[in-house]
Design a protein around this ligand. Structure first.
Ligand code: FES
Ligand SMILES: [Fe+2]
Length: 466
């Protein structure tokens, strides 16, 4: 291990093997590939951290349930009424049978174990035990066989859970990003589509592919053609003005972070391609429709096109006119939109990272959400999910969210171009991290700060002791 560059560790990890260390500017490869490190993450991170277990859209009606799995733990999420969701450790107190699988509905508000028919109400109170007098010498108490609750917090349309017996308050955990997420109306976003991909990479490798925009010209050349031409060209001329130069990065307590493009985004009308500005802006935004069917939707591009030939009033801009049109159209449909404040609009096209594994990419009345979970036993695999969400006109009831499993992430029929490009890097990174020559990865101080910050918070959990 002598060829590891010695640098200041982030926290007191002196007892750790060198290949588990994160420093102020590098991350050791063992954190991504060592099964023992993954075991420690389950014990000390996943068993103790607040995590997004579901969208409320998965359980819209009383009696609806869904199951959330993290490692070898399974949690049953049950909608009790309009304002209440309960989470239970997913097992029957009789012989251990999982009470829920996948998602569904508990008919007549009764949770019935499929093995011997014990029954509970939606609040976890036992209602029926067959041959009850046979148990505990005839003195079985209701409390012996009540379902065991898991802590729950509802926020922004998510059901967060925490497996710790006495978790730190959710409000403290979410405080640094609460306002951002609320202003962006993420709680008003509902299911549009949701895909799950079994990805061949560590969960951190997978999510870190989305923590920066520094990869865009190389991984998504169609989104940044000038940058791509420079990178893949002969590089004889001066370096181009890459778009990531205009992105701002920020990190917050509790491991959260964000980046955003501010006014230099195609959404705000900033397009550097020559030609008719309306056509260019529509074409640029359409790359997101075609490439993702998320963040920007076809109807948004139609709105841009409708501005063609219309004069732009003095003091306004194409982006400004587009915003006005977006908001007036949404108002006419009685469709919720993010708060129309400059600092909120600047976040469109950016990302909010909620530690440890949730990414929210907000846009005009819609948002793309990524969630990444570790594989139960294999540090080389993870579960990667994409949730495309949007606001709906008040007259429409959003559909119940159900997941579609992507069998082959390289198949254009199953996944569009942009996620295919991103996910295409993941197996290559994971393979590379196993190389005996790869002891650590290097991180850009500014452009990759969310990655470093995430590892710093991860260490706070992992070093907290048993
Ligand atoms: S295992 Fe559930 S009732 Fe027997
Ligand atoms: Fe990407």
């Amino acid at each position: 291990m002598s060829d590891i560059v010695q640098c200041v560790p982030l926290q007191d990890d002196a007892a750790w093997p060198p290949n588990w260390r994160a420093t102020t500017h590098s991350i050791s490869s063992g954190r991504y590939i060592d099964p023992a490190f993954a075991v420690l993450e389950f014990e000390r991170l996943w068993n103790r951290v607040w995590q997004a277990a579901a969208r409320l859209d998965e359980i819209p009606e009383a009696g609806d349930y869904t199951v959330y799995e993290i490692g070898d733990q399974s949690v049953l999420l049950v909608r009790v009424d309009a304002a209440t969701v309960k989470a239970y450790h997913n097992f029957c107190p009789h012989r251990g049978t999982a009470l829920g699988e996948g998602c569904g509905k508990f008919e007549h508000d009764r949770i019935i174990c499929p093995f011997h028919g014990w029954r509970w109400d939606l609040r976890g109170q036992v209602q029926y035990v067959l041959e009850r007098q046979e148990f505990r010498n005839g003195e079985l108490r209701d409390s012996d066989v009540a379902l065991k609750e898991v802590s729950v917090a509802l926020f922004a349309g998510f059901v967060f859970i925490n497996l710790a017996r006495d978790p730190a308050p959710f409000d403290e955990f979410i405080a640094p990003v609460r306002q951002l997420i609320e202003d962006l109306a993420i709680g008003d976003m509902h299911h549009y589509w949701w895909k799950e991909i079994a990805a061949p990479g560590n969960w951190k490798v997978a999510q870190e592919a989305f923590f920066e925009s520094y990869h865009v010209p190389t991984t998504h050349p169609q989104l940044e053609t000038a940058g791509a031409d420079f990178i893949f060209g002969d590089q004889s001329g001066p370096e181009v003005d890459f778009s990531h130069h205009y992105h701002q990065y920020e990190t917050f307590p509790h491991g959260h972070g964000r980046f955003f493009g501010g006014k230099k985004t195609p959404m705000a009308g900033h397009v550097t391609l020559p030609g008719d500005p309306v056509e260019m802006m529509a074409a640029r935004l359409n790359l997101l429709v075609e490439g993702m069917d998320a963040m920007v939707l076809a109807e948004d591009v139609e709105l841009v096109r409708s501005l063609k030939g219309k004069p732009i009033p003095e003091g306004s801009s194409l982006g400004g006119e587009y915003m006005k049109l977006l908001y007036s159209t949404a108002a006419a449909q009685n469709r919720p939109m993010p708060k129309p404040a400059p600092e909120v609009l600047d976040m469109w096209g950016g990302e909010i990272f909620v530690f440890p594994n949730l990414m929210i990419l907000p846009q005009a009345g819609n948002a793309m959400i990524y969630r990444v979970r570790p594989h139960r036993t294999d540090p080389d695999r993870c579960i990667f999910e994409i949730l495309s969400t949007r606001t709906y006109p008040a007259s429409l009831t959003p559909p119940r969210a159900t997941v579609e499993k992507v069998v082959d992430p390289s198949d254009p029929e199953q996944l569009r171009l942009i996620p295919r490009q991103d996910l295409g890097n993941i197996p290559r990174m994971q393979r590379g991290l196993h190389s005996r020559g790869c002891k650590q990865i290097w991180l850009a101080r500014y452009y990759e700060q969310i990655i470093l910050h995430m590892h710093q918070e991860l260490d706070r959990y992992l070093l907290a002791g048993p």
